[in-house]
Design a protein around this ligand. Structure first.
Ligand SMILES: [Ca+2]
Length: 84
C-alpha cells in the first residue's frame, strides 16, 4: 500500500504540470493524451471524482479516484501504475 501511495503521489506531481498542487481538466486531458486515452474519458474522470465540485482534483480526490478505479478493475486503467 505504501508503494501504491508513493506511485499515486509521483503520478499526481507529474500531471500537475503548473505545480499548483491540483489537477485541472487541461492537465488531466494532457495526461490522457500522453497515455493514448480519450480526452472524453479524462473529462468523465474529472466529473466523477471531483467530489467537492471545485473543477479540479486535489491529491486526496486523485488518490481516492485511483483506489476506486483499481478497486473496480476497469480494464486499461492499471496502465498508469506501469508507467515509468
Ligand atoms: Ca475537487
Amino acid at each position: 500500500m505504501t508503494e501504491l501511495l508513493a506511485a499515486t503521489q509521483a503520478w499526481f506531481a507529474r500531471i500537475d504540470s503548473d505545480n499548483s498542487k491540483s489537477i485541472d481538466p487541461q492537465e488531466l486531458r494532457a495526461e490522457f493524451i500522453r497515455l493514448s486515452l480519450q480526452t472524453s474519458e479524462a473529462d468523465n474522470m474529472m466529473t466523477f471524482y471531483d467530489t467537492n465540485g471545485d473543477k479540479i482534483l486535489d491529491a486526496k480526490e486523485f488518490a481516492a479516484a485511483l483506489i476506486d478505479i483499481l478497486d473496480n478493475s476497469i480494464p486499461g486503467f492499471q496502465v498508469f501504475f506501469s508507467s515509468p
